[in-house]
Ligand binder design. Structure first.
Ligand code: ZN
Ligand code: ZN
Length: 357
């Protein structure tokens, strides 16, 4: 149990006029209880804490979860509902994004004395500001992943396929100690770089092409996220110009990051620059997102985001330009908002590298 997280959850209960929270997404369960398994439920009330799981995780829960009453269930939702009823709870908040319609119907039927209240997305904002332990974990995995990429550099040359580079990068990352990849890596070469979320194919990289790598690892539950675009063999003037535009947009957004600035303003710093250079219609996604237990979490750094940056938030800055049939450039760093600015956690230098010569 992490006392200040439970205290924040109880504040939230009060604000929302709820008797209890039914926490069902594994990342939130881990956040509040420390449990690292893959099935369970956490119930938080004003003065009670329950952790429910099945027999597979009994021992693990006893080791990892402290300060909670432990309940072993056979029928998960029925027994959760029974607990809520026994405790006399009436208004119970649930995570709408992790409960299916069928599960909701079952819960409702088994908890006739109460009301289930769908929690707004704001509930997940509770994880946006990271504590020291989380920041250390995020920095560690970001460093590991950056070093894995730097170790891959000698293998990036004409003739090697996207798929091989993606596999080798994951191998290097896991060999260095990461528990897993934080998502399926993107390796997009030549014209495939024009697809922001291209998956690696058997396409061999050609001389004079740009290649975009978007990658990250997971360590102790925390994710990293970084994108590097490199040139293989050579870079022509057009490639250099587009790279420079994205890099300038990245730097402008990065320089703006500090507590009190809205995410919308950070997005605008990158977007306005790209638009000013005539590429506005080729930058379709948001400038960034929060990173933590989830690869994409609060806050959202986009055109319409009213969220305000606070010290301890961890976000990405990742502008890009994607030209159909030509290719693309994306540059992404993950940074931590500090008292008077930001600190970059990802470590690969972002000046254009020309590799494989
Ligand atoms: Zn990424
Ligand atoms: Zn990202």
């Amino acid at each position: 149990m992490v006392p200040n997280r439970i205290a924040a959850a109880r504040e939230y209960l009060k604000r929302m006029d709820l008797d209890a929270l039914l926490v069902t997404s594994m990342h939130n369960i881990r956040y509040f209880s420390g449990f690292t398994g893959s099935d369970g439920v956490v119930v938080i009330s004003g003065d009670g804490l329950w952790f429910l799981t099945d027999s597979r995780y009994r021992t693990q829960a006893e080791e990892e979860v402290h300060g909670f009453s432990l309940i072993e269930y056979r029928r998960k939702l029925e027994e959760c509902a029974a607990l809520l009823g026994e405790q006399g709870f009436v208004r119970v908040g649930f995570e709408a994004s992790s409960v299916t319609v069928a599960q909701h119907a079952l819960l409702k039927e088994a908890f006739p004395s109460g009301t289930l209240v769908a929690l707004p997305g704001e509930f997940d904002s509770m994880r946006a500001v990271k504590d020291q332990e989380e920041l250390a974990a995020l920095e560690k995995i970001a460093t590991l992943a950056s070093h894995a990429f730097l170790a891959l550099i000698p293998e990036i040359k004409p003739g090697v396929t996207e798929r091989r580079l993606a596999l080798r990068l994951e191998w290097l990352l896991r060999e260095a100690g990461a528990d897993a990849a934080s998502f399926d890596f993107i390796v997009a070469s030549g014209p495939r770089g024009g697809l922001p979320h291209a998956h690696p194919t058997d396409r061999a990289i050609g001389f004079g092409e740009l290649v975009t790598f978007d990658f990250g690892g997971v360590l102790g539950g925390y994710c990293s996220d970084e994108t590097v675009t490199v040139a293989v063999g050579s870079a022509d003037l057009r490639q250099q110009e587009i790279y420079r535009t994205v890099k300038e947009a990245h730097d402008l957004a990065l320089e703006l990051v500090r507590p009190g600035v809205t995410c919308r303003e950070v997005d605008a710093a990158a977007r306005d620059h790209i638009t000013g250079k005539g590429f506005g219609e080729f930058f379709g996604h948001g400038t960034g997102h929060g990173v933590g237990l989830d690869i994409h979490e609060k806050p959202v750094v986009s055109l319409r985001s009213e969220e305000i940056l606070e010290e301890g938030m961890v976000i990405t800055i990742e502008p890009g330009i994607y030209l159909p049939q030509w290719g693309g450039v994306r540059i992404e760093d993950t940074l931590c908002v500090t008292r008077d600015g930001s600190r970059i956690l990802t470590k690969v230098p972002k000046e254009l590298m020309i590799l494989g010569t």
